[in-house]
Design a protein around this ligand. Structure first.
Ligand SMILES: Cc1ncc(COP(=O)(O)O)c(C=O)c1O
Length: 385
């Protein structure tokens, strides 16, 4: 059976070869250190688990959930946005629950993108911005995130005729894979352009709570952002809850409602017991998250320094649990990553898997314990470059 044209546009999965090599290593019985996965190794805080256990017993939760999310959950989301960023959202119609932010990011273009519309996507990036665009027959326009520009897109390099056809601008700070953050001036320029050319800013804030220095911004801390933006939040990384599948979107009413409408025709919401655990997590973020941040900070400090000592070039990130590191001279990205896997049994992610501008880099996910990072350093030290 022939695939749809839409599915045919989805590029092949770039990590096939690396996955095969990793499985081979595992079969050989090698002690593989996996620094590839952006999935915290730390369990969800027990307090959250206990809330979920009790919620499971509530028979009323065994029925279909309220589609945009229960009001108690949306209130917890709005409350968090108020406490953390000082911005107000009406939980009734400016917040929608998501089955993880990936789900919302993938479905959002359905609400606004017509065939041929341009969607500005960062490169390198979490792939769902451009894949969601391809699935709605939109046209991704790739904005390179370069070392020299602090991994922020250079808006002045985007032609005027592209801006005129633009429906959505995707931004993601703190950024996966580069670990970069954005400042107020950058967001102000994005909001100015969105108003000038009448496009939507879709901001992915999945890592906004995983910081080690200054708390990163929400786009809604910029004046006028609420007229043009929607922001996607995730409980996955903040509370080590990737398996629970819960997040939310907030923003301009019309944008949130359009996403809610698209979603209501596709999914049936988030299990209410999980929303109860999610609301508890958000309401108690200030006590639950600092110990988790400390663990990742220790890993970041250790491994960023270790890599520098070994002669690797990177910018120590102030947020996220990723290190974005230059591939040593004389190697292509895929040659280097394969060699590290074959000779050292360490999985690292080739930067070009996140887009062509990621060539020349590899990503480390700090999702293993510090003693494994120490072992990884020793192995890397033995590599003759
Ligand atoms: C930048 C970014 N956004 C969104 C997500 C999706 O997270 P979730 O669907 O678990 O909320 C991820 C997951 O890795 C990510 O890296």
């Amino acid at each position: 059976m022939e695939l749809s044209n839409r599915l045919k546009r989805i590029p092949p999965y770039l990590f096939v070869e690396l996955d095969r090599l990793k499985n081979e290593k595992l079969k050989e019985g090698a002690d593989v250190i996996d620094l590839g996965i952006g999935d915290p190794d730390i369990p969800t805080p027990q307090e959250i688990v206990e809330v979920a256990k009790r919620a499971l017993e509530k028979a009323e939760y065994h029925r279909y959930p309220a589609n945009p999310g229960s009001l108690f959950y949306r209130k917890a989301c709005a409350n968090y946005m108020q406490r953390r960023f000082g911005v107000s959202f009406n939980p009734e119609d400016e917040v929608v629950a998501l089955i993880g932010s990936k789900e919302g990011i993938a479905h959002f273009p359905l609400a606004f993108v017509n065939p041929g519309d341009v969607v500005l996507c960062p490169d390198p990036a979490y792939p769902v911005y451009h894949l969601g665009t391809l699935l709605t027959d939109g046209e991704p326009y790739y904005m390179s995130l370069l070392w020299e520009k602090g991994f922020l897109p250079d808006f002045s390099a985007i032609p005027e005729e592209v801006f005129r056809k633009t429906k959505i601008l995707w931004l993601n700070y703190p950024n996966n894979p580069t670990g970069a953050t954005a400042d107020k001036e950058f967001y102000k320029e994005a909001v100015r352009l969105a108003k000038k050319y009448n496009f939507i800013i879709a901001s992915d804030a999945a890592y906004v709570e995983l910081y080690y220095e200054e708390p990163p911004l929400s786009i809604f801390e910029i004046e006028g952002a609420k007229e043009v933006a929607i922001e996607f939040h995730s409980l996955s990384k903040t509370f080590c809850m990737t398996g629970w599948r819960i997040g939310f979107a907030v923003g301009k009413r019309e944008l949130v409602q359009a996403l809610a409408k698209a979603k209501s025709n596709i999914d049936s919401g988030v299990f209410t017991a999980i929303q109860e655990a999610g609301a508890y997590a958000l309401n108690n973020l200030e006590s639950l998250v600092p110990p988790l941040r400390e663990i990742f900070k220790e890993r970041r400090d250790y491994f960023a320094q270790a890599l520098e000592e070994l002669g690797y070039e990177l910018k120590k990130p102030s947020a996220t649990f990723y290190l974005w590191v230059k591939v040593p001279k004389g190697y292509t990205t895929s040659e280097f990553c394969k060699r590290v896997l074959q000779e050292l049994a360490i999985v690292i992610t080739p930067g070009n898997g996140f887009g062509s501008a990621g060539e020349g880099y590899f990503r480390i996910a700090l999702t293993v314990e510090i003693n494994r990072l120490k072992e990884a350093k020793e192995r890397l030290a033995s590599l003759k470059l």
